[in-house]
Design a protein around this ligand. Structure first.
Ligand code: ADP
Ligand code: ZN
Ligand code: ZN
Length: 732
């Protein structure tokens, strides 16, 4: 029997197809191994996706080198990526590129480098470092260090030991080196701290999850502070004890040292690895190997950690499952929560989606019986729920965005020795700079938006394309020097508070004030040490952090979100309100939450504050159903950007024709647009979009799969920048 002599290879090139290569007699790659192949005039690292006898092409080139002895990815992960490539309509070769650490994409070996370890010999143990220190202090230092146990070569170098010293000691026969490869770890799973006594709701949730065998998806809806993390800690314990690994995904701003510590503290004996976008290439590969080689029992990470291979994955947890950062907004536009559910199904393991404010999609899935809905309605321990209030600011004088009623309330809380958190999701000094005489507004030259005035750096900045310029001293329309600002950003609020509360210390936490590495951690420590009485925060402060001394949380401006054109805006606002409110009164002190609005009677606010998130979500779902929106419809968005508005529009009109003429389009599928995007010009490019809406996922998928190759063939497809976003989260 002859083995197949042709390998079908996925390559990281924008061409949406696979490439055939001839195998030499001594080449026997398996599906899923990496190979180096010639492509045009370059060499590329690709993946073997299929082995076959036949190719429609003659004159195949040969494979230059087979890189892996065994498939790089476990079967389930490989098939998950194939699924993702189809579902998100993204080339398989590029999908692999998104999912893999960059060193592996470049062809580096998928293995740990062996490390050199030093230890004392029997003769070495007999030496007395104190005596030796007199004539050879460096040698004594090494002996001292190694008496505590063996050390990696790199660790010793970090202690300012030189290779020369080690060589001398080795020649004396006192120390010896050894090349070591890390071995599979087994771990000690006894909890290393005392566990709180669980309340009934927690016990019920834990018991039902523990009873699961194979794939099950649980939606764990628990109000902030209800002890969801405690539930996670309890359900992973038996899984770890079985020797299986755990994957925990958290939102980008939720990956705080506090979160990591909770898991590490409970399971000191279990190796834990963290994966986030700040890792360098080597760290990234190491964390990936930690999963694959079972060097880690727990992996906590942001979105992309989903693509970590595991030797024996036993459970997936998605914390704050509603968080928008789970959706990738470029290249492979995947939703990590949805892909994680798919992965759990393929791996036949349980997955837990936790949130205080579940997404409408997940609630809908729970109502349909696809997910098991578990609820925690009580705050754990002694904490009580916060009181809510609305401050009507119609016709009120605002000082730096603060109403008199709010200022008075702040004084009360501060006088009682507590902290106040003011939430304003707008950084900079003011969102608008304009001419007092003629009304001219300073706009970004490359986008359809106003410049934000930053007083600190004395600049105008565009928050959409990042251009910045010195502040104008004259109106560019009438020449007047009377330039004023309108609206309030965090910088201005900070300045106002210095006047209003001169005795108190205020800290502003936004992307500008925390640019320096480590500064956020420092500020958070200082807040915990009570060095500040007033905290100003953008959404950076909305989640993940616990401020036990904050008893008043105020949202200064909710009106813009109430009237947004994005159909998800009410859901996002509701989630944000509940999250921010959850920052208050977490310890034994009762908290208070105040909202400033011009629309105190807005139904969203009324339902949310008087009846809670559950009722809000129910009525929001009803509205989505009536207006034929997700989760009752499935969407795909085609976007086009070009140097001229006409070019972008014309391209999408051609796309619309292709879709309309498709043999698989059904009468229920609706095409909306093309229309100019809500932000019609960004960074100098004109933007248009076309929305496809279908009551079934399947018919939408079929339509896209057939239409996409035709769209790619359009001559204009090379002249505009276009993207396809399946199940988009942002419609702008
Ligand atoms: P969530 O993740 O739902 O916001 P946490 O799990 O962080 O809630 O719990 C909030 C606080 O309550 C934490 O300080 C936690 O240690 C504590 N806690 C959780 N469960 C219990 C319990 N059963 N008894 C006492 N304290 C608890
Ligand atoms: Zn003017
Ligand atoms: Zn701009």
């Amino acid at each position: 029997m002859t083995s197949p002599r042709i390998a079908r290879v996925a390559l990281p090139v924008p061409l949406d197809r696979l490439f055939d290569y001839k195998l030499e007699d001594d080449q026997h790659p398996e599906v899923g191994t990496r190979v180096i192949v010639p492509f045009q005039r370059r060499e590329l690292v690709g993946f073997v996706t299929e082995l076959t006898e036949h190719s429609e092409f003659k004159q195949l080139k040969g494979i230059k080198q087979v890189l892996d002895e065994a498939p790089l990815l476990p079967k389930t992960l490989f098939s998950l990526l194939q699924w993702a490539s189809q579902f998100y309509q993204y080339p398989f070769g590029d999908t692999l590129s998104v999912a893999l650490p960059s060193l592996l994409r470049k062809g580096e070996p998928a293995s740990r480098k062996p490390t050199k370890q030093w230890h004392l010999t029997a003769l070495g143990h007999e030496q007395n470092p104190t005596v030796i220190a007199k004539r050879a202090p460096k040698q004594a230092q090494v002996l001292g260090l190694l008496m505590q146990g063996s050390r990696a070569h790199s660790e010793l170098l970090a202690e300012e030991v030189t290779s020369a010293t080690l060589k001398t000691l080795a020649e004396k026969g006192w120390v010896k080196d050894e090349i070591k490869l890390p071995v599979n770890s087994t771990w000690q799973t006894e909890p290393s701290e005392e566990k709180p006594v669980l309340n009934t709701e927690q016990s019920v949730a834990i018991a039902s999850i523990n009873a699961a065998e194979g794939y099950h998806c649980y939606l764990l809806e628990g109000v902030t502070g209800s002890g969801k993390t405690e539930v996670y800690l309890n359900i992973i314990e038996p899984v770890l004890a079985k020797g299986q690994q755990i994957l925990i995904l958290v939102p980008e701003i939720g990956l705080t040292p506090q979160t990591i510590n909770r898991f590490q503290r409970r399971f000191k004996g279990v190796p834990l690895s963290v994966i986030h976008s700040g890792l360098n290439d080597t760290e990234r590969l190491t964390a990936w190997l930690d999963g694959r080689d079972k060097q880690a029992g727990i992996i906590i990470g942001t979105r992309s950690a989903l693509f970590t291979p595991f030797q024996s994955l036993g459970m997936i947890i998605i914390d704050e499952e509603h968080d928008a950062s789970y959706k990738q907004q470029d290249t492979l536009r995947y939703h990590a929560r949805d892909l994680a559910v798919m992965r759990a199904a393929k791996e036949q393991i349980p997955i837990i989606l936790g949130s205080a404010t579940p997404s409408l999609e997940s609630l809908h899935n729970a109502q349909q019986g696809k997910y098991h809905h578990l609820t925690l309605t009580q705050r754990a321990g002694t904490a009580v729920a916060a009181r809510h209030g609305i401050l009507d600011i119609k016709g009120q004088y605002l000082e730096g965005g603060l109403s008199a009623a709010l200022i008075a309330e702040m004084r009360k809380h501060i006088q009682a020795g507590n902290q106040v958190l003011l939430f304003l999701n707008r950084r900079g000094f003011a969102p608008v700079m304009m001419c007092h005489e003629c009304g001219w507004i300073a706009d970004c030259e490359r986008c359809d938006v106003h410049y934000t005035y930053h007083a600190h750096s004395h600049e105008l900045r565009c928050h959409h394309c990042s251009t910045q310029r010195p502040v104008y001293h004259q109106c560019q329309s009438c020449g007047s020097t009377q330039l004023i600002t309108a609206g309030v950003g965090t910088e201005q609020l900070e300045q106002q508070l210095e006047t209003l509360f001169p005795e108190q210390k205020t800290i502003r936490i936004d992307r500008d004030s925390t640019r320096r590495k480590g500064s956020l951690e420092q500020y958070l420590d200082d807040i915990h040490a009570n060095q500040y009485q007033i905290l100003i925060g953008t959404q950076m402060l909305a989640k993940g952090h616990h401020f036990p001394n904050v008893t008043l949380v105020a949202l200064l401006d909710v009106d813009s979100a109430l009237f947004s054109s994005d159909f998800r805006a009410p859901e996002r606002l509701a989630q944000l309100l509940i999250q921010v409110a959850g920052r208050a009164g977490r310890a034994s002190k009762p908290g208070e939450v105040l909202l400033q609005t011009h629309h105190p009677d807005h139904p969203l606010l009324k339902t949310l504050l008087h009846k809670g998130y559950g009722e809000f979500a129910q009525s929001a779902l009803e509205e989505r159903k009536q207006t034929a929106l997700p989760p009752y419809r499935f969407l795909a968005m085609l976007r086009a950007e070009a140097n001229s508005s006409d070019a972008a529009a014309a391209f999408l009109f051609q796309v619309r024709q292709i879709l309309q003429a498709s043999p698989v389009i059904t009468p229920e599928i609706e095409l909306l647009g093309p229309n100019p995007a809500p932000l019609a010009r960004r960074a100098g490019k004109y933007r248009w979009q076309l929305l496809i809406q279908s009551p079934q996922r399947r018919s939408l998928q079929q339509l896209l799969a057939i239409a996409r190759p035709a769209i790619q063939m359009l001559p204009d497809a090379k002249r505009v920048r276009w993207t396809l976003d399946v199940e988009p989260q942002e419609l702008s």
